[in-house]
Unconditional design. Sequence first.
Length: 737
Amino acid sequence: MTVRFEFTSKEREQLLLLYNKVKQEIGSSLLAGDEEKMRQYLSGYIEQNQIRRDVFGLNPMLLAFQTAFLVVEEIGLKRDAVLAVLLHPCVEDGYLTIDAIRQEFGESVARILHGLQRIQELYQKNPVIETENFRNLLLSFAEDMRVILIMIADRVNLMRQIRDTKQTDAQREVSEEAAYLYAPLAHKLGLYKLKSELEDLSLKYLEHDAYYHIKEKLSETKKSRDAYIERFIQPISEHLKAAGLSFHIKGRTKSIHSIWQKMKKQKCDFEGVYDLFAIRVILDSPVEKEKMHCWQVYSIVTDMYQPNPKRLRDWLSVPKSNGYESLHITVLGPEQKWVEVQIRTERMDEIAERGVAAHWRYKGVKGETGLDEWLTNIRSMLETADGLEAMDQFKMDLYEDEVFVFTPKGDLYKFPKGATVLDFAYHIHSKIGNACTGARINNKVVPLRQILQSGDQVDIMTSSTQKPRREWLNIVKTSRAKSKIRLALKETQVKEGLFAKETLERRFKNRKVEMEESTMQHVIKKMGFKETSDFYKQIADGTLDVNQVIDKYVELQQGEQPVTGNNIAQSAADFVLDNSQLSTNTYLSDDVLVIDRNLKGIDYQLARCCQPIYGDKVFGFVTVSGGIKIHREDCPNAPELKKRFGYRVVRAMWSGKGSSQYSITLRVIGNDDIGIVNNLTSIISKDEKLILRSINIDSHDGLFSGNLVVMLDDTSRLESLIKKLRTVKGVKQVSRI
């Protein structure tokens, strides 16, 4: 059985009293039928038993009327804001829709309620509220400034009502939000009374002992403190009048919260806080005489009261970077109490209060220039009667150049408009950025170049195989991300260089070629590289064939030393034989060396540089040791051998049909498609007379390149194999090395 919501007799009395007060304050701004329709909706809301007390056991209808009265009394808002506050519980619980309210009460009331709803949705993302970014996002989501004013009033009211609650955890959470979020907003808006109340109540709930310690120390009543300030001001005022200066003086006492902040900042006890009292002397002075008059006041005040030289702050001679100008001194007043005196002109005070919020920043409230100028304008509107009417049409147009986005944990970050998922990833951490493959934004998978929108909740996706790419520099918007990408690319280049160098050394060793650094540098230059790093990068990413490098190395090396049959010559892959060098008169004799594995009495070997097989046109080369190396006629080293050492060249031919199997290496290049390697190897495995000795495949940018080492009988079988491999889908090139 559903329990009917009941008002206590005390709540009824309070509600009736508040109803009459609010009606009296805003009666003139209400339209015909407003009151009747509002009473009808609220009564229906109560009758349908929709109301639920909050975590503190408070009546939401009573809270709404208390907030509405505060909005009217302290801030000066009228009809639209009050109706929105009173109807908000109905909308929140689903009893009324915003569209229905738009039809009944107009667009302005609906807009305020829509802003309140958007902020409720923002809170559901569990944001970390202790950030300047969240304050800014809150403002951009509010749409109408009155939404923020209502939220400040609502929080002040709630803080007043939870004084005796037993829900201490909820009380702490509400108080922390008041301190970090709503008090700074109230301060920016010039709602100093509400700001001080929020700060003091937060301190009372969060640091109970500190609050009552300071309260007891401030045992003097407000009247006695005001009397002290009056005693302090009176002689100063007389001397300034005698000097012929035009001025007015404001006096104030620091709040309990301000005193506590001073104690913490200066690491001292209550007695160590100098400036419990402060006054501000504001001069009506022409610009050309401002500094002179300010220093004149300084002279008069310090002649009367002993100054503390360590506490002098001269922002007259050198204003703060934000434009703040003033002269601050701390003097020992009557009864040996320290008082801070701020001396400035009307112009300086106007800049400090309404300019770029320089004074607010001085108080520790940091904010963007555009935000502060806008808030200052709102404050000006609040201070004039005409401004209240203008606020009905006033809509926020902030942060067109900025976006605010959440992490899954509720942390909030600010980015320039146009920033992408990749910017977000690098903002979290370099490693996250380097491995970023995309993100989930509001649970939807998006690519890494997706542009961020305010309010997005971004969960970065990473992969261990992902690497930074140079084109990422065109994707990111922030300088932070660009610098991190450049650094990552540089580190990758160094790693790839080391890897490429190791690969090169290993391949040289496999080819039994000794690598010398000086010759290697010569090879790099000969191959057209200005930077060694570029050379090794191309080795690492596979765009430069290692065999081609070794071939060039051997070619240059042989140009520096005699060629013998024992030298390991370079590959035949990219060379064409010069037939002019094959004249028979270059041979040692007309005798022909018949190559047969049963041949006895002659020491011969097949040259590694060109790997001849049965069927290749070949010749023999007598080495220094007396053995013979068999080279293919189209061996890249053939022209040089015959030109320089023709007397050591002998004709050679194969004997009949060979029964031996020879090792040959095929270079294959193609698309990196699934299964292409299996297709290549299956062709070889199907032929009983072919043996696959090894396979080495590298993949890069959608292409693969690799070497297949195969044992076969003769050139006819080789040609048949090459034709078959070229028919495999995706294969672009097959060539013998």
